[in-house]
Write a protein that binds this ligand. Structure first.
Ligand code: SF4
Length: 316
């Protein structure tokens, strides 16, 4: 049977970012330094494939510190944790390693700096996401007001509208966040914030590549987990940029081939926590069914790398 021709547009950059790479390395190095089991509070990064692979090597994933024994090392996920978590680990004299992405830690420091200057914080983020919980948990209760949308801005009641600063989750939609920032600036002209927002380079670059890809094709698959914030944003960005079909898939088995019937091109990208092996699996699945021509849509070149914490760079 002859295969139909299909152009596969591959977004670049896509997939793993420096923070995810570092977090996974931290778990692997902790396992080799201290042996199994090593406990990890929350999924180290939001990807089942990655978590399962580390579990096979001896990592034990838990949601709360209370589930860890005192005498085994514990790692905090890339999303960051409220201040109370490392404090509780220190009190129990546990060995702990913080895999919080340095770009998330930067936002924590920003929040603390503004708080020390007497400002109340507004955080633009998604309620309940571990990064939002972790960042809000850097300051005492009530010091961070969460807003998710531009509409939310109208209903918040800060202590003093002239003493406000804002921070954001790192994995938001760049365009949607600009609307929320504009609403904050309009209602609170004295509000202080970062130059634009705190969205990280990896999130920004992946969204830019998706927008460029959407000028070439109307169908797009984003490889990522349903609980991955930056992956879900890529689907939204693709749809907003004109893809009438923009879908999140965890791996090749999730592809709805029926929905793709009749297409002659499709864009592929992946969230920052999706490993290359799953991206290749999806590409191979297309090659099995179509006569594929690949075209890379490159909008940025990334060469960011983060060091692992010193405790892992020294022998046990
Ligand atoms: S998406 Fe951005 S903030 Fe999150 S781990 Fe990657 S580099 Fe860090």
């Amino acid at each position: 049977m002859t295969k139909s021709p299909l152009t596969l547009y591959l977004a670049a950059p896509r997939g793993f970012c420096a923070g995810v790479d570092r977090a996974i390395k931290i778990v692997e190095m902790a396992l080799s330094k201290w042996g199994a089991p090593v406990y990890v509070r929350h999924e180290i990064v939001h990807n089942k494939y990655v978590v399962d692979a580390l579990r096979d090597q001896g990592a034990v994933f838990v949601e709360e510190l209370d589930e860890c024994p005192d005498d085994r090392p514990v790692i905090f996920s890339a999303h960051g944790v409220p201040k109370a978590v490392p404090a509780a680990a220190a009190k129990r004299e546990m060995i702990y390693v913080d895999a919080t992405c340095p770009l998330v830690s930067k936002v924590h420091i920003e929040a603390e700096r503004h708080h020390a200057n007497g400002l109340q914080m507004v955080m633009i983020g998604h309620a309940g996401h571990p990064e939002t919980v972790g960042t809000m948990g850097q300051l005492p209760e009530g010091e961070v007001i969460l807003v998710e949308t531009a509409d939310d801005v109208a209903s918040i009641a800060p202590r003093d509208p002239n003493k406000l600063a804002f921070i954001t989750q790192t994995t938001l939609s760049v365009d949607d966040t600009a609307d929320v920032v504009a609403a904050l600036n309009a209602r609170f002209p004295a509000i202080i914030g970062p130059h634009k927002e705190d969205i990280c380079y990896a999130t920004t670059n992946r969204q830019e590549a998706v927008k460029a890809m959407a000028t070439k094709t109307k169908a797009m698959l984003v490889i990522g987990a349903p609980n991955s914030s930056n992956s879900k944003r890529l689907v939204e960005v693709g749809a907003k940029a004109g893809c009438s079909y923009a879908q999140l898939v965890q791996r090749a088995a999730d592809i709805d081939w029926r929905a793709l019937e009749g297409i002659d091109s499709i864009g592929i990208t992946a969230g920052a926590s999706a490993p290359e092996v799953l991206i290749n699996e999806v590409i191979d699945a297309f090659k099995d069914r179509y006569d594929v021509t690949e075209e890379v849509i490159e909008t940025a070149v990334e060469n960011v790398e983060f060091k692992v914490p010193r405790v892992l760079r020294t022998p046990a």
